[in-house]
Design a protein around this ligand. Structure first.
Ligand code: XMP
Length: 315
C-alpha cells in the first residue's frame, strides 16, 4: 500500500465488484475488522451490515466501547448477543485447539444465520497478511492467512470477501489512522477472546474472574505508560491458570486460583520478549488482583518467557 487514499478508492471499487448485492461484515471492534467494515460501509452503504458478536468472551467494557465507536462513525451495525451459545459450545472443553474449533464453528453458524436474515451469502472479514515483515525485506511466500472467525468450512454457503488480505499490520494501522479509527496502535486481541486466556474449563464464572484481573493489568500498565515508567508494550494481559493453590485471607485458608501476568515487547508478534517491568508495577497488579478477587484468586505470577520458545498467548 503506497497511499491510503488511493488504497481506499481501489478497495471501494473492488468491494463493489465482489459484492453484487449485499454483504454482512464480521466486525469484532479490532483494528483489522473495523477498517474492513468502514471500507465496506463506504463501498456499499445500506447494502452492508456489520455484525458485532458479543461472545461473552470479551474484555471489560468492550461491548460498550465498540458499540459507541461504531455509532459515532456512522456504521450500520447490529449486536448479536450470543454469550449463551458460545459458553454452551465450550462446555467441558479444555484443549486449546478444540476451543478454537468450537468458537470458529459457533461464529460461522451465527454468521450464516445473520447472512440469511440479511439476504446475502457474502461475508466480509478483516483478514490480513501476517505481521512478519522483517527488517530489510518482505518475503511474501510464507504467508499464513489469519481467519478471525476460524475459517469457513467448504460446505458453507458463505463466500468470503477480504479487502485487507494483502496488507500487513503496520499498513492496516496506517489505513485505520487515515479512516479516523481511534487508537490504531492499540494492542491486538485474539479472535477467540478470553477463552484462550482461561486455561482449562471456560465457564462464565472463570471468564468473569479473568475479566477483572485483565482490566487491572490493563489499567496499571496504561498508568505506567502514561507516567513514562515503561514504554508501551506490544501486549499486556492476564491469564487464568488451570490450577488451584493455597492462600490465606484473614484467618482463613483459601484454596483459590492463580493468575499469570504477561507483558511483552514485540515488533510483529513472530518473536517477543517478556518486558523487564519495574517491581512496583507488578506489586500494584498483584495487590489489586488478590484484593479485588479476594477469596477467588490467591496468587499472581509474572511470565518471564520469551517467544520462542513460548508463544505470546498461553493457548
Ligand atoms: P502467539 O500466541 O501465537 O500470538 O504468539 C501471536 C499474536 O497473534 C494473536 N493471536 C490470535 N489472534 N486469533 C487471533 O485473531 C487467534 O486465534 C490468535 N492466537 C493468537 C496473539 O494475541 C498475538 O498478538
Amino acid at each position: 500500500m503506497n497511499d491510503p487514499a488511493a488504497f481506499v478508492a481501489e478497495s471501494i471499487e473492488r468491494i463493489r465488484r465482489e459484492v453484487p448485492e449485499k454483504a454482512i461484515v464480521a466486525a469484532s471492534g479490532g483494528i483489522d475488522s473495523t477498517t474492513a467494515a468502514l471500507l465496506v460501509e463506504r463501498a456499499l452503504g445500506e447494502r452492508a451490515r456489520a455484525i458485532f458478536v458479543d461472545t461473552g468472551l470479551l474484555r471489560a467494557g468492550e461491548v460498550e466501547r465498540v458499540t459507541e465507536f461504531f455509532r459515532a462513525s456512522g456504521l450500520r451495525f447490529e449486536v448479536a448477543r450470543a454469550a449463551d451459545r458460545f459458553f454452551a459450545a465450550l462446555e467441558g472443553v479444555s484443549d486449546p485447539e478444540e476451543k478454537r474449533r468450537r468458537i470458529g464453528a459457533a461464529f460461522i453458524r451465527l454468521f450464516e444465520e445473520e447472512a440469511t436474515r440479511f439476504g446475502t451469502d457474502r461475508l466480509v472479514q478483516g483478514t490480513i497478511a501476517p505481521d512478519w515483515i522483517e527488517s530489510g525485506g518482505a518475503l511474501r511466500d510464507t504467508i499464513k492467512t489469519h481467519h478471525n472467525v476460524g475459517g469457513v468450512p467448504k460446505d458453507s454457503r458463505l463466500r468470503l470477501v477480504e479487502p485487507l488480505r494483502d496488507l500487513y499490520k503496520d499498513e492496516v494501522r496506517e489505513l485505520a489512522r487515515h479512516l479516523g479509527i481511534p487508537s490504531p496502535d492499540r494492542q491486538p486481541f485474539p479472535g477467540p477472546g478470553l477463552a484462550v486466556r482461561v486455561n482449562g474449563p471456560v465457564t462464565p464464572e472463570r471468564v468473569r474472574r479473568l475479566r477483572v484481573a485483565n482490566a487491572i493489568v490493563e489499567e496499571e500498565v496504561e498508568r505506567a505508560v502514561a507516567a513514562g515508567t515503561i514504554p508501551r508494550p506490544w501486549q499486556y494481559f492476564a491469564v487464568l491458570l488451570n490450577t488451584r493453590t493455597v492462600g490465606v485471607t484473614g484467618d482463613n485458608r483459601v484454596y483459590g486460583e492463580a493468575v499469570s501476568v504477561r507483558i511483552v515487547e514485540s515488533i510483529d508478534a513472530m518473536t517477543a520478549t517478556a518486558m523487564a517491568v519495574p517491581r512496583p508495577l507488578l506489586k500494584a497488579i498483584a495487590e489489586r488482583v488478590t484484593r479485588e478477587l479476594s477469596g477467588e484468586v490467591v496468587r499472581v505470577l509474572y511470565d518471564v518467557s520469551d517467544k520462542p520458545p513460548a508463544t505470546i498467548e498461553w493457548e
